[in-house]
Design a protein around this ligand. Structure first.
Ligand SMILES: *Cc1c(COP(=O)(O)O)cnc(C)c1O
Ligand SMILES: [Zn+2]
Length: 417
């Protein structure tokens, strides 16, 4: 089987096609560019058996990812567990619930390792020696780690007030880390200027069309792990809205290639109330996205002016899904619920996803008797600030059985009462 079936870059607005280069906007209408493929070349050749015969990484779907050769960065990334969440099913009163657990994605514990391995493999093909990104946190860590492993120079730009775990989780890799006084949207604006001037491979600026395609692997894996079935309902956290659109694209591609049967999958978007421009637009029944100034503990989702907001809105509405948002208190409660029922410590974005799902189950938007997949995209050890004061502190005793007996008795009495 040969490599990729990429045909061109194509403007999402006017359809103008471009050759494969590090560009991301249409010269004619300023619309965003997206990778287009010749799916016909795969008809009958890209089979379930072929995919299953390959190593368990996101690259088992390499024909549908936009690099020419073999991946040179992040060859082992992806293929995280899909967990049947039976305890959470009981807690929420639903029949069939799954968690796609990208909180354990290799190597930096968020789904950003997927997009970065595609972006940096493509950056190497383009000949970039320095790579960079504008990040809400997880992307910085993933670019830094994957660049280090690939022997690339890296610069990562972040808002100056990120969680300690996100800063540490990038800095440890020896990247050049720049904190910007401002919100992510200010960081992003600066990075557009830097990308133009310095000619680096910016994963989410000039390499963005390729980068974004990496998110499709999350959707492919869900379908394969469901036994080559589409989920009936899938709940996705939204920052720029890109992941939401790419899950939809992954499902349409697998249907087109005959790998799964269509079953009317509805896509649901989750945001924090303190940064909810996309969910607001869906709830209001409009496709106009009004930018906001983000203010939420879910910092990885804090994009006030979401680049793919319009497209995410369209996917959600056309698929028959819905969108919700939750307060910071609800985010924390959902993080604890997920941890206590399923043993999964998700970051704040995971609390957003579960919290929104919970709300939509209660309101009847998500039916209780059909399959639901929650995309858990990042790890709680990176956002400890959110829950550090919410947990049971250790009870300190001497190394004395007597002292422990007192605690155990007290626990027993509590349980009995
Ligand atoms: C980046 C990110 C997302 C979603 O990002 P999009 O820009 O919408 O693709 C979701 N969860 C986490 C933890 C992230 O870091
Ligand atoms: Zn165009």
């Amino acid at each position: 089987m040969s490599g990729s079936i990429v045909r061109a870059l194509k403007c999402r607005e006017c359809g103008q096609e471009y050759p494969i280069e590090p560009i991301h906007v249409c010269e004619f209408c300023f619309g965003p560019l997206e990778v287009a493929y010749d799916y016909d070349k795969l008809k009958g050749k890209f089979t379930r058996a072929l995919i299953e015969s390959r190593p368990q990484t996101m690259w088992r779907y390499k024909e549908l990812l936009p690099i020419d050769g073999e991946p040179t960065v992040g060859a082992q990334n992806g293929f995280t567990p899909l967990v049947r969440a039976r305890n959470l099913e009981k807690a929420l009163g639903v029949k069939e619930l799954y968690i796609k657990n990208d909180s354990v994605c290799y190597p930096t514990l968020s789904f950003k390792d997927r997009v970065v391995s595609v972006a940096l493999s493509k950056a190497v093909e383009f000949g970039f020696k320095t790579v960079a990104c504008a990040s809400t946190g997880n992307l910085a860590g993933s670019v830094a780690a994957n660049a280090a492993a690939a022997g690339l120079e890296s610069y990562v730009f972040i808002p100056h007030d990120l969680e300690q775990g996100k800063v540490l989780g990038a800095g440890i890799f020896g990247t050049k880390i720049i904190g910007i006084r401002g919100k992510y949207d200010d960081v992003n604006r600066l990075c557009s200027e830097v990308a133009g001037k310095y000619g680096w491979g910016f994963v989410n600026v000039n390499v963005r069309p390729f980068y974004a395609e990496g998110s499709k692997s999350l959707g492919y894996e869900i379908m394969e792990q469901l036994g080559w079935k589409v989920p009936k309902h899938v709940v996705v956290p939204m920052a720029s809205g890109s992941l939401c659109t790419k899950i939809d694209k992954s499902i349409k591609e697998f249907i087109k290639l005959g790998l799964v049967e269509e079953n009317g999958t509805a896509v649901y978007g989750a945001q924090a109330t303190g940064c909810s421009p996309i969910s607001k637009s869906v709830k209001e029944g409009t496709d106009l996205i009004h930018p906001v100034i983000a203010d939420t503990i879910a910092k990885s989702l804090a994009i006030g002016n979401p680049a793919d907001g319009f497209y995410a809105n369209r996917v959600i509405r056309e698929s028959g899904g819905w969108s919700e948002d939750v307060s910071d208190q609800e985010v924390i409660a959902a993080m604890k619920l997920l941890a206590e029922t399923e043993g999964i410590f998700a970051e704040t974005a995971g609390g957003v996803t579960l919290g929104c799902a919970q709300k939509m189950i209660e309101s009847g938007r998500l039916p209780r008797d059909e399959s639901i997949v929650l995309c858990i995209t990042g790890n709680g050890l990176k956002t400890q600030e959110a829950v550090i004061n919410e947990i049971n502190k250790p009870r300190i005793i001497d190394a004395s059985l007597k002292e422990f007996d007192v605690l155990a008795e007290a626990d027993k009495a509590k349980l009995a009462s």
